[in-house]
Design a binder for this molecule. Structure first.
Ligand SMILES: Cc1cc2nc3c(=O)[nH]c(=O)nc-3n(C[C@H](O)[C@H](O)[C@H](O)COP(=O)(O)OP(=O)(O)OC[C@H]3O[C@@H](n4cnc5c(N)ncnc54)[C@H](O)[C@@H]3O)c2cc1C
Length: 444
């Protein structure tokens, strides 16, 4: 008999929602996550710890940031309990109704088999589990967040209505006004048993929130899964998958010691991410004779474009003065404007423009740093970034000529940057792989 009813590989949005719902339904679930657990307060902040916060086991690095490089695509994904939710920007947009289509070459659209109406009840459930709140723009001190005000003002200037995006962040306790840095009611009821505090507006969402204000998956779905009896094994990287008469035989490597372990189950759920899952499948093709030849093909980025607003200005009573946007004040993203597309009365493709901030220490580097300071602070030893081999990922026929390794670059800017803007393209919403997107996670 198998030890478990189901093995779930990976603890990002796909894995944690699945693990919870299966455990809740009474199945014996084992979740295997290659990365470490990062309780609030344990996300690295010092220069040394940050420089080693990368995923590269060959160089004894077991940190969060896993950088993949392909010939025309580079991707950052997260390794850790909670997957991408540890570093994502907390935005849980529902995809607009009109975008549930495939555009054809002749410009016509083909409806998807699933509609927004069908998904709404699942969106509701996920938002309820994760705990969505809006940025409390109507209240001090939130009402003075310069980057948010600037995006809202810009939207109105081009006749668009700015919207507050649903965020997986706790700003306020239930039925209380929002206050930065107060204990979250029942906050310590999580698998780390660590207290949590409301958002302190420090712009650190993308490097892990040390105050537990971000409602990441370890603090939500995975804590619930554990309460229901799921077995969660961190530092456990799945390497090989074999079939048995009654299910699957999975071998994983424990980090950092390197010991190998096995586990069996009747069902296997691969939720190791858009890159991690195909990688695992290619390593184990013999266990899956029916695999499609399309595996490993037709990848694209998630459609996000980052831009920096430089030398912003205020125009008042005929006077022009510098406009301080203070990108480190607030969570990374607070607000958006939606550019209409041809499906809803505009022209071209639709997308969202959002504000985007970064942590205070980046501000110091950008505003005050000499070139040497920037180079030193941004230096990541070359081997760490180069060592992520991707040869195994693409379809075997395409490997030799389609893939090459390239050093990922950390770009830092010397000129004063006032705020970053983040355009969330329509294709991004379509392909979003977070728990709110079609076909991902919202299992019941
Ligand atoms: C900086 C940043 C900001 C983002 N902001 C947003 C946002 O605001 N809104 C939004 O909708 N999306 C956002 N995203 C995208 C979002 O994070 C991803 O779409 C989402 O995390 C994908 O979920 P997933 O479950 O498919 O994979 P992941 O979240 O990547 O989870 C996969 C998990 O599998 C683990 N794993 C991989 N291989 C193995 C193995 N062999 N054995 C065991 N475990 C393994 C990984 O360590 C990881 O924990 C952002 C992404 C980034 C990088």
């Amino acid at each position: 008999m198998s030890e478990f009813d189901a093995i779930v590989v990976g603890s990002g949005f796909g894995g944690s929602v699945t693990a919870y719902r299966l455990t809740e339904a009474g199945l014996r679930v084992c979740l295997l996550e290659r990365g470490k657990s990062f309780p609030p307060g344990e996300f690295p902040r010092s220069p040394h710890d940050t420089a080693t916060n990368f995923w590269d086991p060959k160089h004894n690095l077991y940190g969060m940031f896993d950088i993949w490089s392909f010939s025309s695509l580079e991707a950052v994904v997260c390794s850790g309990l909670g997957g991408g939710s540890l570093i994502y920007a907390n935005v849980l947009l529902r995809m607009p109704d009109d975008w549930f289509v495939n555009e054809k070459a002749d410009g016509s659209c083909e409806e998807w088999p699933v509609t927004r109406q069908k998904l709404d009840k699942h969106y509701d459930r996920v938002e309820n589990m994760i705990g969505v709140q809006e940025f409390p723009i109507g209240q001090h001190p939130y009402s003075e967040t310069p980057k948010t005000l600037a995006v809202r003002e810009a939207a109105r200037q081009i006749d668009l209505e700015p919207e507050l995006v649903p965020l997986a962040i706790t700003f306020a306790n239930p039925n209380q006004p929002a206050v930065p840095g107060v204990p979250i009611d029942g906050g310590e009821n999580n698998l780390h048993h660590k207290p949590r505090y409301t958002c302190r507006l420090v712009g650190e969402c993308d490097i892990g929130c040390n105050f537990g204000s971000k409602n990441s998956l370890d603090l939500t779905y995975l804590s619930k899964a554990k309460d229901c009896g799921a077995e969660i094994r961190t530092c456990s990287e799945v390497r090989s998958l074999e079939r048995t008469d009654s299910g699957f035989f999975v071998t994983y490597k424990r980090h950092p010691e390197g010991s190998r372990h096995t586990v069996t189950a009747n069902r296997l759920i691969l939720s190791a991410g858009a890159l991690g899952t195909p990688y695992l499948l290619f390593r184990n093709v013999s266990a899956f004779p029916g695999l499609s030849t399309a595996l490993g093909q037709r990848f694209c980025g998630n459609g996000d474009f980052l831009g920096l607003v430089l030398r912003a200005k205020s125009h008042e009573n005929g006077t022009v003065s510098p406009r301080i946007l203070d990108p480190s004040l607030g969570p990374v993203i607070t607000t958006a404007m939606r550019m209409r597309d041809k499906l809803d009365g505009g022209t071209g493709r639709g997308f969202y423009i959002e504000d985007a901030g970064y942590p205070q220490f980046v501000n110091w580097l950008i505003d005050g740093g000499s070139q040497r300071t920037l180079v030193l602070a941004g230096r990541i030893p070359r081997p760490r970034l180069e060592s992520n081999r991707v040869e195994g990922l693409l379809h075997p026929a395409k490997r030799n000529h389609a893939v090459h390794r390239r050093q990922a670059r950390l770009q830092l800017y010397r000129k004063p940057a006032m705020a970053a803007q983040h355009a969330h393209h329509r294709s991004s919403a379509r392909r979003s792989t977070d728990g709110t997107a079609p076909g991902r996670g919202c299992s019941k």
